[in-house]
Design a protein around this ligand. Structure first.
Ligand code: SF4
Ligand code: SF4
Length: 274
């Protein structure tokens, strides 16, 4: 698929873009709206077919050149709807931790969702949900994943521009530590002994937290080929409790295999591999 506008006798058709929400907080969609200066020029280059956070226009049927998908699959209706989005889209891009890893709501995957429903809702029988929250890639083919909670808006813009030029984007695979060093930050893990997940977390945020003297808690998800077992051994040797190790791994990207399997192993759950 090449989403570049094609020449024609009249005005060139613009690539058709849709933005879709599943189970999520809307923060990644808001990151798109926060593009501010870039938003109007972008909208001159694409036809915004559906984006309920921004417009009441609803084209539920037409073909899409690019679909941006936020959120995880938590209901049978979600599972049906994402298949329809996939069928009508040449390219499907997932944005954010919910869509790429299942999000914080994937904590339910380790629990009994029926007992949670009974504890939270006065009429739990009205709540129709699956027992799991799963990433979009568990249900349909995904062409590009943009990690982050929320995503970095400049990264989303760069991905969209690359797709509009007809090429696949080049997303970072290195860890937050690389960005941290590029910014000249003192390492908070070394200098303060705080349990920073930067060594196993994917770059892309610009090392926001260590730049403010805080540890990274992994909101951009696992870097390519991370070694969280080694990192957590070091952090526990430095005083982090086992319970806090597991809690750190079971955060917004806790259902990603790279973090989940280690958390399972540390917690002594079956199937985990420390
Ligand atoms: S502060 Fe964290 S992200 Fe920065 S270099 Fe140290 S471990 Fe890596
Ligand atoms: S430093 Fe870590 S926790 Fe902070 S924004 Fe970046 S990836 Fe997220």
């Amino acid at each position: 698929m090449n989403p570049r506008p094609t020449a024609s006798a009249g005005a060139a058709p613009r690539p058709r873009l849709g933005v879709f929400k599943f189970a999520s907080c809307d923060g990644c969609q808001l990151s798109l709206l926060n593009l501010e200066d870039e938003l109007l020029p972008l909208l001159e280059r694409v036809e915004l077919v559906q984006f309920f956070e921004a417009s009441s226009r609803a084209d539920e049927q037409g073909r899409l050149d690019v679909a941006l998908v936020e959120g995880s699959i938590t209901t049978a209706h979600d599972a049906q709807r994402i298949r329809r989005v996939r069928e009508r889209s040449a390219l499907l891009v997932t944005i954010g931790a919910c869509a790429t890893s299942g999000g914080i709501q994937a904590l339910r995957n380790l629990a009994d969702v029926e007992s949670w429903k009974a504890a939270v809702y006065p009429r739990p029988e009205w709540i129709e949900v699956l027992g799991t929250s799963t990433p979009i890639a568990d249900h349909v083919k995904v062409d590009v994943e943009i990690q982050g909670c929320p995503v970095n808006k400049e990264q989303v813009l760069r991905v969209l521009l690359r797709l509009l030029l007809g090429s696949l984007p080049d997303l970072p695979s290195a860890s937050v530590c690389l960005e941290c060093k590029r910014r000249g930050n003192p390492c908070v893990l070394v200098a303060k002994g705080v349990p920073c997940l930067g060594p196993v977390t994917r770059a892309g945020c610009g090392a926001i937290c260590p730049s403010l003297g805080r540890d990274c808690y992994g909101c951009f998800g696992p870097a390519a080929d991370p070694n969280p077992a080694s990192l957590m051994r070091q952090l526990e040797a430095g005083g982090l409790s086992r319970a806090d190790s597991v809690r750190r791994l079971r955060h917004v990207n806790g259902w990603r295999r790279e973090f989940r399997e280690l958390a399972d192993a540390l917690e002594g759950r079956e199937g985990g591999d420390a």
